[in-house]
Design a protein around this ligand. Structure first.
Ligand SMILES: C[S@@+](CC[C@H](N)C(=O)[O-])C[C@H]1O[C@@H](n2cnc3c(N)ncnc32)[C@H](O)[C@@H]1O
Length: 255
């Protein structure tokens, strides 16, 4: 019988990968990283020029979704799984001094790096909190927009993540995520491998289930699109892509 997913081992595996990403962005990983990836996904070069270079170096997102939530001056934004902080810094440029951006991440080293870059850049409207996206340490209705890029596939409890995203949004709040999903259901042998989860494959939810979870949490999904520019680099990942239609999407929704 297939061994069930060990959630604690999974958390250790994911933290270990993203600690390495924060410490050594130029090593080889299962996934592509950095500014060339961000530009290919659609981040305008002129915007990236205004973001700390050490943040974009460790960028590990899977799509560009800043057109989906219609970010406005004064918005309060939460980025789930903020990593090196690229998306938080991009959002800060849009919301201005009258708005705020909060990044939430469970990996100490990611939070420490992002805070350092925030301090160096003197961005007073950006903050980074250590914590879990399944148990977001914020009040109900605290944000206008929730973002997340390449993260929710890593969570073993996506129902809770979308529930938390809905809870912390004010009525009418907007959700914009880029994430890895699969077209077909994947076998337990893949879904129960902590290593394949940490490589952003094992936890990829089948797309109809993924959108059903978002709707069940209280959102209306407005748009789902493929990010054909995103490619996996490792062989195991490329095989899963072919066999199960594992791919990147961006999705916009409203509470
Ligand atoms: C693929 S990286 C993406 C980082 C960032 N969004 C970006 O675009 O560069 C995934 C990030 O999510 C964080 N993460 C994964 N699972 C998490 C969870 N359950 N709670 C909080 N953070 C999590 C990891 O620590 C890592 O920094």
């Amino acid at each position: 019988m297939a061994r069930p997913l060990d959630v604690e081992r999974l958390e250790r595996a994911v933290k270990s990968v993203y600690r390495d990403v924060a410490e050594a962005p130029n090593e080889e990983y299962h996934f592509e990283m950095g500014r060339p990836l961000a530009e290919r996904l659609g981040y305008p070069a002129g915007v990236l020029d205004r973001v700390p270079a050490r943040a974009t170096e460790s960028f590990a997102g899977v799509g560009y979704h800043f057109d989906l939530p219609d970010l406005r001056e004064g918005d309060d934004v939460l980025d789930l799984g903020s990593g090196s902080g690229t998306d938080a810094f991009v959002a800060a440029l849009r919301v201005g001094d009258s708005g705020s951006v909060t990044g939430l991440d469970m990996t100490d080293r990611q939070i420490a790096n992002a805070r350092k870059l925030r301090d160096e850049a003197g961005l007073d409207n950006v903050s980074f909190e250590r914590g879990y996206i399944e148990d977001a340490p914020f009040e109900d209705g605290a944000f206008d927009v929730v973002l997340s890029n390449g993260v929710i596939n890593l969570s073993p409890d996506k129902e809770r993540v979308f529930g938390e995203a809905n809870r912390v949004l004010a009525p009418g709040g907007r959700l914009a995520v880029s994430d890895i999903i699969s077209e077909k259901l994947m076998p337990e042998s893949i879904k129960n491998s902590e290593d394949l989860w940490a490589a952003c494959i094992g936890g990829a939810e089948q797309i109809d289930r993924y959108t059903a979870l978002i709707e069940a949490a209280g959102f209306e999904v407005a748009e789902v699109r493929d990010n054909a520019q995103y490619e996996f680099v490792s062989e195991s990942a490329a095989n899963a892509c072919q066999k199960y239609g594992v791919k990147s999407i961006s999705l916009g929704a409203r509470k």
